[in-house]
Design a protein around this ligand. Structure first.
Ligand code: G3H
Length: 480
């Protein structure tokens, strides 16, 4: 497999109309390792006119791509999935460097994505036309022929934490249903994505159907979003940027934003299970997941026992460089570290108790447990995107439910109890997209619906649900 075309020396090119090209601006953006700040590579900084050109190319290419039989579109997606799998060593090593994901998580992300692409390529074959007759009131022969058709040009924007999964979970449903797509991956993570795009060319994706934007979003992000050739936006990232996008455009939007997922630990819980899931839920990938458990709500009567076991397990977590497959690895940047420090200091000032030392070397923060977090603490409401477990005490079940719902976010919640009937009763009262019973919060499996409520986003993702979101209903009505 050759990757010769994607870069010269350390400078990666952009994919525009099926060609790897340098920007005419001659400006680049550095991508440094979050672990030791060494330069990994440079990417292009496109300007406004290059971006406009990309969307025009995407608009034109969409027409012939939609005319390509869905079986052929599915074949190309299956082919790229196989190529990504063949190259998982190379791409996972890049993820380790670029976003400090440990090797096991990086491999998991790639294998999961391969599965997602294949499942989407299969599901897309089921998009059939539906025929319905007018209801009896109309006494007519009217028939509607209803079809799901692509929006046109989809803009896919993805964050740093799952560079491969969160971009391909936009690319695959967009393309199988006949859209073209323009992608703008998070700057940190772009190099890993570039390798998969080259594989896509080798799999036979026609030119112009997928194009890559790399640019300085602080300067031209708003301009980019407002391009008139965009027909739909699929975005995963922060709530503040999500709100900004939805204020700028009136177009179909699919958004996965921040979260403050809570886990309720009831008194009849299997403690070992709850502790295991909470440790993973809070600290996997150093807590940099929108679906991380960001509040553990402990019923007082079980508090002492849970905290003993939880603290002891957290103290066993390994931390250090991702190359050594440590559990806790450096955060993505200094800004993230500073934000965590501010939230933790504010909590301590407001009577929360810090149970671990929580040391820091550059971007690496060791796990922190904050007990007795209360409403005066910013971290009670605000999302921590790092290795901090927030423990909130509740006197009873109702109080725990109220705490879960006392949030601007509405992604997921977890309930730990041996009583499944009770869990389903509580689940009805939680104002979130998904409730996990006896398991940590997570978006996967990718074929499950993942609904984002309140400030956590818009719409539902998941293999078949993403295809629905990336298509619209068109009906042709035959009157005679
Ligand atoms: O950060 C957001 C991701 O969508 C989380 O995915 O819950 O499957 O790890 P996950």
């Amino acid at each position: 497999m050759s990757f010769n075309d994607i870069k010269k020396d350390n400078e990666y090119k952009c994919l525009i109309d099926g060609e790897w090209v340098f920007s005419k601006t001659k400006k680049t953006i550095n991508i440094n390792s979050p672990t030791d700040n060494s330069l990994i590579g440079k990417i292009q900084a496109l300007d406004k006119s290059e971006i406009d050109n990309i969307f025009e190319i995407a608009k034109k290419s969409q027409i012939s791509w939609y005319e390509t039989p869905v079986k052929k579109r599915s074949e190309i997606l299956n082919k790229v999935a196989d190529l990504i799998l063949e190259n998982k060593e190379l791409i996972s090593n890049l993820l380790v460097k670029e976003v400090t994901k440990n090797k096991s998580l990086a491999i998991n992300e790639i294998e999961r994505t391969v599965y997602l692409i294949k499942a989407t390529a299969k599901e897309g074959l089921n998009l059939k036309e539906e025929k319905i007759k007018a209801d009896k009131f109309y006494k007519s022969k009217k028939k509607a022929f209803i079809k799901r058709i692509p929006h046109g040009v989809v803009l896919g924007i993805s964050p740093f934490n799952y560079p491969i999964n969160l971009i391909w979970s936009k690319i695959a449903p967009a393309l199988i249903s006949g859209n073209s797509i323009v992608i703008k991956p998070s700057t940190q993570g772009t190099i890993s994505v570039i390798y998969t795009l080259e594989l896509f060319l080798q799999a036979g994706i026609p030119k112009g159907v997928i194009n890559l934007i790399t640019c300085n979003t602080k300067e031209i992000g708003d301009y980019l979003i407002k391009n008139k050739n965009i027909d739909m936006i699929a975005f995963t990232g922060s709530t503040s940027i999500g709100k900004r996008i939805s204020n700028l455009v009136m177009k179909p939007l699919l958004m996965e934003l921040g979260g403050k997922d809570s886990a309720i630990i009831l008194e009849d819980t299997d403690l070992d299970l709850a502790v295991r899931e909470c440790v993973n839920g809070c600290f996997s990938y150093s807590g940099q997941r929108c679906t991380a458990i960001k509040r553990i709500i402990l019923i007082n009567s079980i508090g002492y026992e849970f905290m003993q076991k939880f603290t002891s397990e957290v103290n066993k977590l390994t931390f250090g460089n991702p190359e050594e497959n440590n559990f806790i690895t450096p955060l993505i940047n200094q800004e993230a570290v500073k934000n965590i420090e501010l939230l933790v200091n504010n909590a301590i000032k407001n009577q929360a108790t810090k149970l671990t030392n929580g040391s820091k070397i550059n971007n690496l923060m060791t796990p922190i447990i904050l007990d007795h977090v209360n409403k005066k603490c910013r971290i009670y409401y605000e999302e921590q995107f790092g290795p901090v477990a927030v423990i909130i005490r509740a006197n009873n079940e109702q109080e725990a439910i109220d705490i879960v719902n006392d949030s601007d976010y509405g992604l997921e919640a977890c309930i730990f109890t041996k009583n499944k009937k009770r869990a389903f009763e509580i689940a009805k009262k939680l104002n979130v997209g998904t409730v996990q019973i006896n398991g940590k919060s997570e978006r996967s499996p990718d074929n499950f619906p993942f609904t984002c409520l309140k400030d956590s986003g818009l719409g539902t993702q998941g293999i078949k649900y993403s295809i629905e979101a990336m298509t619209r209903i068109k009906s042709n009505v035959l009157n005679q």
